[in-house]
Write a protein that binds this ligand. Structure first.
Ligand SMILES: [Fe+2]
Length: 322
């Protein structure tokens, strides 16, 4: 019997010194809980910080470092749109942000992200000689393929920085990966920031204009083509964030898990993470919810820390070699 291996997937903590201070507290608490659970590896699929500012990257580094997580064996991260472009945080920013985003130096911000979490990329396999992404990292029985789904700003294709796509170089590298032999003998996971589903019908019915704008500016481009490539690479799981909720859904035999409701679901009630577990060749993925209310005092935190997380829906998948 092979030993169990567990990966906790979290997304969109939106850490910031200036905004959403409660997210920082919640993220620290959630990370501490999954570390205490004894998970082997943690994946954070973007929007780690909310502003794209250097100071907030230092803050995120400090949070990971305090839990000894700044280590390639313990942590995998990919960028989200907020890590590169930031975003509007106050009502007044909604007017100024479309102008501000034009001045963002995409290349500089991407390099800032990569250097902020440089330790987590030690030992990864690069497919391209000119770019970190896509990379392949072996952790236990898994191959983790990290992708950058944040394209540069474009007035027509990415006016608010929130749309997703993979550049030609990443697509080419993915296509090459299938014949390179790097993905054999393990369960293959893709990690990227953007989603492959649509906003829920209920989101539309809520009917506010912002929801409709979001649905047109938060798309992952060429989803069908990418799913075909994922199928050819025998990808079993795609872990992502972006829409702030936790959910697991299936597309063409691949399980997609959104972890973006971890600390900033709307409305936020509980802290959550996705738990991917391989045990004796079988893989399961489920959403776990900590019995910790969102608005919490330090005393409540201390009391709840001892509780065992609740377990809600589980998706089982046969192992690769069966
Ligand atoms: Fe986000």
């Amino acid at each position: 019997m092979s030993p169990s291996f567990q990966i906790a997937h979290i997304s969109d903590p939106h850490i910031s010194r200036q905004y959403y201070r409660e997210h920082m507290k919640s993220f620290k608490l959630l990370l501490r809980a999954v570390v205490d659970e004894g998970v082997d590896h943690i994946i954070v699929s973007g929007d780690i910080i909310s502003t794209g500012h250097e100071d907030d990257f230092y803050l995120a580094r400090e949070i990971f470092s305090n839990l000894n997580l700044l280590d390639s064996k313990r942590l995998t991260v990919v960028p989200g749109n907020h890590d590169i472009f930031g975003g509007p945080h106050r009502a007044v920013d909604v007017l100024s942000f479309p102008q501000y985003i034009r001045s963002v130096d995409y290349k500089y911000r991407k390099e800032l992200f990569q250097s902020a979490f440089a330790e987590t990329y030690h030992g990864v396999c690069h497919i391209s000689t000119s770019d970190l992404f896509p990379f392949v990292k072996i952790v236990g029985p898994f191959n983790i393929i990290g992708l950058n789904s944040i394209p540069s700003w474009s007035l027509r294709r990415n006016p608010l920085g929130t749309n997703g796509s993979l550049d030609d170089q990443q697509i080419e590298s993915l296509e090459h990966m299938g014949t390179s032999g790097v993905l054999e003998d393990r369960t293959n996971i893709v990690v990227l920031h953007h989603h492959f589903n649509d906003l829920l019908q209920s989101d539309y019915q809520a009917g506010n204009i912002w929801t409709r704008i979001e649905s047109n500016t938060m798309r992952m481009k060429k989803r069908r083509k990418l799913i075909r490539i994922f199928q050819s690479l025998n990808i079993r799981y795609v872990l992502h964030g972006h829409i702030h909720r936790n959910e697991i859904y299936e597309r063409n035999g691949i399980l997609f898990a959104n972890g973006a409701g971890a600390v900033c679901d709307d409305p936020v009630r509980y802290l959550k993470y996705n738990l991917l577990q391989q045990n004796d060749g079988y893989c399961t993925i489920r959403i776990r919810q900590l019995p910790i209310p969102y608005q919490i005092s330090t005393l409540t935190m201390a009391l709840h820390r001892r509780h065992i997380p609740l377990s809600i829906p589980e998706f089982a998948m046969k192992p690769l070699d069966s």
